[in-house]
Structures are given as C-alpha cells and as structure tokens.
Design a protein around this ligand. Structure first.
Ligand code: PLP
Length: 345
C-alpha cells in the first residue's frame, strides 16, 4: 500500500478541522454549558449532539465486533460513499475503479466530485477477476469499489478474488457489505487489522429495518477514520438518529428473526418465479432481493405499476437486460406480487 499521506489530497492532509465548543473541554465533568450559544430551554433538543457519537459507537462495536476507534458513522452509507472521494480523489486528476453493474451511488459521487469512474464488467456469473480490476488501475487510481453481496445482482463476490484485489492494490479498496446480514459469507470487517487499505461499509437501512433514520457505517484503520472525522460535518449524525439506533441495537435478536423470515420468503418467491411462464431465469442471491430475467421486463413492470405494485426495473443496466429486481416484502405483499404475475398475459 502507498502511504496514507500519498493517497490523501494535500489540502485534506493539512486541514485544520473545525473545533466545536464541546471538543475543547472533552473528557472532564461539566454541569453548566454556556459555550455553544444554545438555547437553555427545550431539552433535550436544545443541545448539539455528540460529534463523535461515542455512546452509539460503543454499542455498534459490541454488535459488529469492531473497536470503536475503527468506526465512522455517517448520514446513511451515502455519506460514507461520498467522503472517500472528498478525502482521497483530487478532482480532475484522480480516478476510481468499480465493478459493473453495481450500486449507482459510487458513480454519482464520482461525478459530483469530478473524478473519473472506470467500470469493469462482471463475468456471466456476475463474478470478478482480480487481475482485470487491477489492470484497470493506474498511478492515479485511489479507490477500487466492490460490493458483496452485490446490488443489483444479489450474489456474493468470490472471497479469494476480493482478497487478491485488496492485497494487489496500492490504493484503497472499499467493500460495501450493506447486505451481509442476509448472507453466510464471512464479513471482511474481521480482516481490518490485516489490511490497512481496506474500508468496509455497513448500513442500518436493510436488515436492521432503519432506512428512515439514515445511519451508515464505515469500518477502517484508525488513521483512515481520523481523516473522515476531520472532513465530515461536525454534527453529521443527529440526536434523534443516535437515540433510535441505540434503541434498535438493544434487540439484535429481532433482526435475526426478521432475516430468518425474509430468507424463507425469498426461497418461496424464487421457486414461484421460476415456475412463471414469463420468467426465464432466477439468479442466485445472498441478499434480501433477487434478480429475475423476464420475457419483457418493461411491459411486466408497467403492468405491475398499474396494479400498485412497484419492483425495480433493471432492464437498462448492463448484463441485466429484461431483469426485474424483486425486494422480499411481507408474506402478504409477496403473495400479492405472485398472484398479479400469474394473471399477466
Ligand atoms: C441500500 C444500499 C446501501 C444503503 O445506503 P444508505 O445510505 O445507508 O441507506 C448501501 N450500499 C448498497 C450497495 C445498497 O444497496
């Protein structure tokens, strides 16, 4: 790996971060807060929230098995996807490499940050070859984006190829594990100590059922987390989100139960789809959704919309021609979708 200083934009490396009122006394007991120009009334919303979310990180640390100093929390994964560009990629100079197809935000954030985005097509089984990704890099490549289980294909990337990418690249490899709670694949979070160039993303939006509160996570070396903390907005995770996330984390068994039900339903739905005359192929998946190749995705999509049922039309995505992406819902919702498709003609 190149040094973190070489990988970081010089203005970010030299940045003196904003120092909030609460940073400055940190660690000591205090009772009277006359430092931040807050209103003393309207408790508890009158006070700025903890900029480093230490209580929440301690709870996440227990559930995810990652030390708190290796955790960054953001306003959804969206923030954890945008920040690496702002920290590492010099606009108009640097580039990133990513698998194709994959989650759309990696490219949107590249475009916003005026960073060249180099997509590398997956193979027919939606798998990567490490050497192909590495071949697409040059001296200005700062980041390689991987997503496993991948969205929209649903499958896990082969672990040995993922490790070859991490081991063979001089820059930073970001592995988005948004759907890992639905998969038996071993998480890469546990490998952080071994790979200083690895960032693993997680979110509370999927298995944890908290998309509304906007809480995303990045796990990485302390040095990378320190850079993120310098660049992020000082109060990037609001009090309501921190409180609600703490509440959700008290009951991880409920999440396990949701996952179990969703995986059962996923099995049922994939069988039902494979028996539909209008479905040509159901792709293997490790997530809470699956991809289905249909006879005519656009027509079937519109037919479903007319009946108030929304699935994701991926027809125009490379390697996903005529594919619909189906999220697993409740039993009733899933049955409604199947019933509608059985009536399609
Ligand atoms: C849904 C999803 C996320 C979640 O993003 P949030 O901003 O945390 O809601 C992240 N990555 C992938 C690949 C996703 O599909």
């Amino acid at each position: 790996m190149k040094s973190l200083q070489e990988l970081t934009r010089p203005n970010i490396w030299n940045l003196a971060p904003y120092s909030s009122a609460r940073n400055e006394y940190a660690g000591r007991e205090a009772r009277v807060f006359l430092d931040a120009n807050e209103n003393p009334y309207n408790q508890p919303f009158n006070r700025y929230p903890d900029p480093l979310q230490l209580e929440l990180k301690a709870a996440i640390s227990k559930v995810k098995g990652v030390p708190a100093e290796n955790i960054f929390l953001g306003n959804g994964s969206d923030e954890a996807i945008d920040l690496p560009y702002r920290c590492f990629c010099e606009p108009g100079v640097d580039n990133v490499v990513a698998i194709e197809p994959t989650y759309g935000m990696y490219k949107v954030c590249a475009d916003i940050n005026n960073t060249e985005y180099r997509p590398v097509l997956l193979d027919d089984h939606y798998q990567i070859t490490a050497s192909q990704l590495l071949d697409a890099t040059d001296e200005h490549t700062k980041i390689i984006w991987l997503c496993t289980p991948n969205n929209p294909t649903g499958n896990c990337l082969k672990r040995d190829e993922v490790l070859k990418v991490i081991e063979g690249f001089e820059g930073i490899v970001i592995v988005d594990e948004a759907y890992s709670d639905f998969s038996a694949q071993k998480t890469l979070r546990s490998e952080l100590a071994k790979y200083p160039n690895l960032i693993v993303l997680n979110t509370m939006s999927k298995a944890w059922g908290c998309a509304a509160i906007r809480l995303g996570m990045a796990f990485a070396s302390k040095d990378i987390i320190d850079i993120f903390n310098k660049v992020k907005y000082p109060y990037n995770v609001n009090l309501l989100t921190q409180q609600q996330a703490l509440e959700a984390l008290k009951d991880p068994y409920e999440v396990d139960n949701w996952v179990k039900i969703l995986l059962q339903e996923r099995g049922r739905m994939m069988v039902a789809f494979s028996e539909l005359p209008i479905c040509e192929k159901v792709y293997p998946t490790d997530a809470n959704f699956f991809l289905a190749k249909m006879t005519d995705a656009n027509k079937i999509y519109n037919y479903l919309v007319d009946r108030g049922i929304i699935v994701r039309n991926r027809n125009r995505v490379q390697l996903c021609q005529n594919c619909l992406r189906i999220t697993i819902g409740t039993k009733t919702e899933n049955s409604e979708l199947i019933a509608a498709l059985r009536q399609y003609q």
